[in-house]
Design a binder for this molecule. Structure first.
Ligand code: BES
Ligand code: ZN
Ligand code: ZN
Length: 481
């Protein structure tokens, strides 16, 4: 298995460690730095709203590490995010002091924020050390949450969701020399064994039989065969009769193909072009591991995109299984070509909803930067609104793009039904319009090109793969039960 080391997370009624992080009311914390934090914690049980500070204490030495202003009600998404960020800040202090084990407690009337505090700490504690000859692992190995209201089930759930995010990050961080399409499918099969969901992998012959013209065209310049991975989690008590289908773009490396990308700031980060697939695999792992009563299917078309001898050329026309023809005018617009196969394939499941996740366009990054994903599609307004709401809560935010008919005009081809580029204007949307030709069910397309990969640290979202989408998908599907 690819290296993945989540830390031990537990829950108890009593503090058992020398180092503690406390969510506490500002007023009390600032009066006297020599207090016994546990007494103060008791005294402040009634505190609910206002300004709070998180206090960090290593043996006798009390230190204010992070100040949070106006922590609102526990349902306030901004406050949740502030606490996650505080967790990341506290982690940097923990690293400096080489602390191995820490207790988290709350002096507020509700302990609910401890979940986000642990979440921030855990997400910030991720490391990718596979290719470091000297492995300097972070000191923190144990978090103990001290609470009588949080259940061990909630803690277990958090731990698995974070573990799933770690998996997704590691998949993205792993270079293509290791993570070929075949290896990726094998790693997903291992996740299936760990979390008890089915994984079936179609090989190249089977992909030919299924007439997956997009996947075969994109793969034609590669030395490595494509794969099409099908995950299924169908628990006995599933609440949905029609499944939710998640599709993830699995381009394990995007050179652009014959429409070759420049290196700096472009091709150099393209090991991340399977972040959509990583998010789908991670989310299904978390759903299965936590035994959510949801029937969910994951589809991952995977290949690298290379300019090899037999590579598909600009000007080629391909014919999809549903009869639609597409003119390929730029081989770097490969994501939509392979997603089309998966979206066609999804139809056989009679899905309640299909969502696809893809690092699809530079235009999404230009429009929104790294702070969120673009959504569009044919699902109801209610679905879209709910997704946006869940996105704010998890702070994996999404913004809905217009999806007007006119954008579809831009991808009409002279010689085929559609073409795979629509010009510079509205590039994120025309990519979505291409995909729309292959759906006959409620559908949401999510372009995660910006938020899936960071080139510098930002709180608990670290340089490299961010795992964007795992927590969002998990929370969104959970909200349906
Ligand atoms: N994988 C890229 C999109 C991308 C860009 C992801 C930046 C992450 C960061 C995609 O395959 C691509 O190259 N798209 C082209 C499409 C264009 C040729 C129509 C793009 O956006 O430039
Ligand atoms: Zn591309
Ligand atoms: Zn791509």
């Amino acid at each position: 298995m690819l290296e993945n080391k989540p830390i031990s997370l537990s829950i108890s009624n009593k503090p058992t460690c020398a180092s503690k992080v406390i969510l506490i009311e500002k007023k009390s914390a600032t009066t006297d730095m020599g207090f016994n934090p546990w007494e103060v914690a008791d005294l402040n049980k009634s505190a609910e709203n206002g300004s709070f500070i998180s206090v960090f204490r290593e043996e006798g030495d009390t230190k204010i590490v992070s100040q949070i202003d106006k922590l609102g009600s526990k349902d306030n998404f901004k406050s949740k995010e502030e606490v996650r960020k505080a967790g990341a800040q506290i982690l940097s202090e923990i690293k400096k002091l080489q602390i191995e084990s820490i207790c988290l407690t709350s002096a507020l009337s509700s302990d609910a924020y401890l979940i986000q505090l642990a979440e921030g700490l855990l997400l910030a504690n991720y490391q990718f050390l596979t290719y470091k000859s000297e492995k300097k692992t972070n000191s923190l190995a144990k978090i103990n949450i001290v609470s009588s209201t949080i259940t061990s089930k909630e803690i277990e759930e958090l731990n698995e969701v974070v573990t799933a995010t770690y998996f997704a990050r590691t998949f993205v961080n792993e270079p293509v020399i290791t993570l070929t399409a075949k290896r990726f499918s094998e790693e997903i099969a291992k996740l299936g064994k760990l979390a008890n969901f089915d994984v079936k992998v179609l090989n190249k012959e089977e992909i030919i039989k299924e007439k997956m013209a997009g996947l075969l065209a994109v793969n034609s310049g590669s030395q490595d065969p494509p794969t099409f991975t099908i995950m299924e989690y169908k628990p006995k008590g599933a609440k949905n009769t029609q499944p939710y289908v998640l599709v993830g773009k699995g381009v394990v490396y995007d050179t652009g193909g014959l429409s070759l990308k420049p290196t700096a700031g472009s091709m150099d980060t393209m090991k991340s072009d399977m972040a959509g697939a990583a998010a789908v695999a991670g989310a299904i792992y978390a759903i299965a591991k936590n035994e959510l009563p949801i029937h969910v299917i994951g589809l991952i078309p995977a290949t690298d995109n290379r300019p090899g001898e037999m590579a598909v050329t600009p000007g080629d026309v391909i014919t999809y299984a549903n009869g639609k023809t597409a003119e390929i005018l730029n081989t770097d617009a490969e994501g939509r070509l392979i997603l089309a196969d998966a979206l066609s394939y999804a139809s056989q499941y009679k899905p309640a909803l299909v969502m696809d996740f893809a690092t699809l366009t530079g235009a999404q990054v230009m429009a929104m930067g790294i702070y969120g994903a673009a959504i569009m599609g044919t699902a109801s307004e209610e679905e879209m609104t709910n997704l946006k709401k869940v996105g704010f809560e998890a702070f994996e935010r999404v913004h809905e793009m217009p999806f007007w008919e006119e954008y579809g005009e831009l991808i009409k081809s002279d010689i085929a039904d559609i073409k795979n580029i629509g010009g510079r204007e509205g590039g994120c949307i025309t990519a979505g319009k291409f995909l729309e030709h292959f759906v006959d069910y409620p559908w949401i397309h999510m372009d995660i090109a910006g938020p899936s990969f960071y080139t510098s640290n930002d709180g608990y979202r670290l340089k490299g793969g961010t795992g964007f989408g795992v927590r969002l998908i998990y929370d969104f599907l959970k909200s349906k039960i």
